[in-house]
Write a protein that binds this ligand. Structure first.
Ligand code: GRG
Length: 298
């Protein structure tokens, strides 16, 4: 395993985030037919300060397969658009009813509910438009569209959200909880890694390894997210904390306890690291990102 220093990784991540945000600005210019308020609502949520984990994963996956990260940017931005749409909709009164996200008022709190729903809808459709237009060759673009639709759709992230909403009143066990998060959070992590590998035209063994890294990382991320909801700072997180226990929600700390949850997250990260070991130095950023995910405070 090739370790790089935390400073080297932070410098890389800051540069890559700036590139991602530049592309997100460019791809949300829209034409003159887009109403000003809608464009403003989309950008309010999409360009707010945040970690950009999923687009970073797309770029790092492409790089691990020896590809130039700039060429993976359409897929990276598409994933971030879908993720942001899911956050906007998740924050609505009909779902989690939150007023704070990414350190600022949620989309419906800043604008209104109808505008927030429509901003989410527009981000969802823009994601596929960008991939279809900007990825080449066309068969790779089509494959990326199918992969992202399936990860985000009725058997992926949306299914996980349905189960999670139902789970607030149910008493499932660890397997049930992991199954929900494999779809709700894990599917978007996995597809980020897959898209990077697909645009890089990686072989099936590379694709499987990156997929498996994404699955383990996604679950570890969710465990840490649950832990931060218990003891994280609202200012650092940029969203309300303590809401899971307020609602009696099924979470990893509630099922396993704090220490066993931390242990499980670290175990998953070790397993994720083992998956990308074979890539050598090309996967150094994926390794640093996995460590960052468990050590983060936001
Ligand atoms: C509404 C279809 C639909 C799906 C919603 C992603 C999701 C499904 C809900 C978000 C609610 C939530 C808190 C999920 C737990 C994990 C998660 C996805 C956290 C937010 O992701 P971060 O921490 O956020 O990567 P930033 O803002 O940094 O991008």
């Amino acid at each position: 395993m090739v370790e790089i220093s935390a400073i080297t990784f932070e410098t890389y991540a800051a540069e890559a985030r700036a590139e991602i945000e530049g592309a997100l600005i460019r791809w949300t210019e829209f034409d003159a037919d887009c109403p000003g308020k809608l464009r403003e609502a989309i950008r309010h949520s999409l360009l707010a300060p945040c970690k950009r984990l999923r687009p970073l994963l797309v770029l790092m996956s492409a790089e691990a397969c020896g590809y130039d990260r700039v060429r993976a940017m359409p897929a990276a931005c598409a994933v971030e658009m879908i993720h942001t749409y899911s956050l906007i909709h998740d924050d609505l009164p009909a779902m989690d009813d939150d007023d704070l996200r990414r350190g600022q008022p949620t989309c419906h709190a800043q604008f209104d509910e109808a505008t927030a729903i429509l901003a989410g809808d527009a981000l969802l459709t823009r994601a596929f438009e960008i991939m279809a237009k900007e990825i080449s060759p066309p068969d790779v673009a089509a494959r990326c569209c199918v992969e992202l639709a399936s990860a985000a759709g009725a058997s992926g992230m949306v299914a996980g959200q349905v189960e999670d909403l139902a789970g607030e009143t149910e008493n499932g066990g660890l397997d049930a909880l992991e199954a929900i998060h494999r779809r709700k959070t894990g599917a978007m992590f996995r597809v980020s890694l897959r898209l990077g590998a697909i645009v890089a035209q990686a072989d099936s063994e590379q694709l499987d390894r990156l997929d498996s890294y994404g699955e383990k990382l996604g679950l570890a991320f969710q465990i840490v997210d649950d832990l931060l909801d218990v003891h994280g700072s609202e200012t650092a997180m940029g969203k309300r904390t303590g809401k899971d226990s307020e609602r009696g929600k099924l979470t990893f700390p509630r099922l396993l306890g704090l220490e066993a949850s931390k242990f499980r997250a670290r175990q998953l990260i070790d397993d994720a690291l083992a998956e990308v070991n074979e890539f050598g130095p090309a996967a150094a950023h994926l390794e640093s990102l996995a460590r960052y995910v468990v050590d983060r405070n936001h």
